[in-house]
Design a protein around this ligand. Structure first.
Ligand SMILES: O=C(O)COP(=O)(O)O
Ligand SMILES: [Mg+2]
Length: 228
């Protein structure tokens, strides 16, 4: 693993499931939306399988629990509006920073790494959330699921971050909790580390192709530092 991390000058860090356990926020906002539509609540365990590919995909999949394709499309705009309205109100209220995230970000900065946050969450949710949790100051740039034409697992958001840093992808490590992060990194040519504690569509992180699994962001910081 050390070999692929040699020469790394910057890190692209995912948000949901990597820095913050946001599942309780998703659960509250999704169930407020369902209540408005007259639908019964669903569990965090159900929602966890659907998170990771952005808000539109989440809302469509939640509706698909109760409706066929035609019903999903009929209700989508109304459901999306309700979900976004509720999410913005509760954003961050029920979510927590994972262990050793702050220590990891501090260690990366201390080691001279430049940092970007690249998430599939819309920027309007991600920006105030990072600020509320005191994490915004670590990042030079934040890209969300609506920043570009394509989201992860497409490589575009990662390539844009590399462009922003003016570094080749081989010198920019991606760190995330799901196959979306790992596939985007592979396609972009970035080395990739994964954390095992987030949301990977119900699939163990060992099943996802990466350059290594790290227990925490602090562990990631140590590996990158040791390789350089
Ligand atoms: O909001 C999502 O779909 C997941 O967001 P993430 O890319 O920060 O994990
Ligand atoms: Mg994630």
């Amino acid at each position: 693993m050390a070999a692929v991390l040699r020469g790394v000058r910057a890190a692209i860090i995912d948000l949901d499931g990597t820095m913050l356990d946001t599942m309780p926020d998703f659960e509250v906002a999704i169930n407020l939306m369902r209540e408005e539509l007259g639908l019964a609540p669903i569990t965090a365990a159900q929602i966890e399988l659907m998170v990771g590919k952005g808000s539109e995909n989440l809302v469509r999949r939640v509706l698909a629990l109760d409706f066929e394709d035609e019903g999903v499309e009929r209700l989508f705009a109304q459901a999306m509006e309700a979900y976004q309205r509720h999410y913005l109100v509760i954003n961050g209220r029920h979510s927590e920073v994972y262990a050793d995230v702050v220590a990891g970000l501090q260690a990366m900065k201390a080691n001279g790494l430049r940092l970007a946050c690249v998430t599939n969450k819309p920027v309007a949710f991600a920006k105030p959330l990072l600020a509320l949790k005191g994490l915004d100051g670590y990042f030079e740039v934040l890209f969300g699921g609506d920043s570009f034409e394509k989201k992860k697992p497409h490589p575009m958001p990662l390539l844009k971050a590399c462009e922003y840093f003016d570094l080749p992808p081989a010198q920019v490590v991606a760190i995330g909790d799901s196959s979306n992060d790992a596939e985007a990194a592979r396609a972009a040519g970035c080395p990739v580390l994964t954390v095992p504690y987030g949301y990977n569509h119900g699939v163990g992180i060992h099943e996802t192709d990466s350059d290594g699994i790290v227990d925490t962001l602090l562990h990631a910081a140590e590996l990158i530092s040791r390789a350089n």
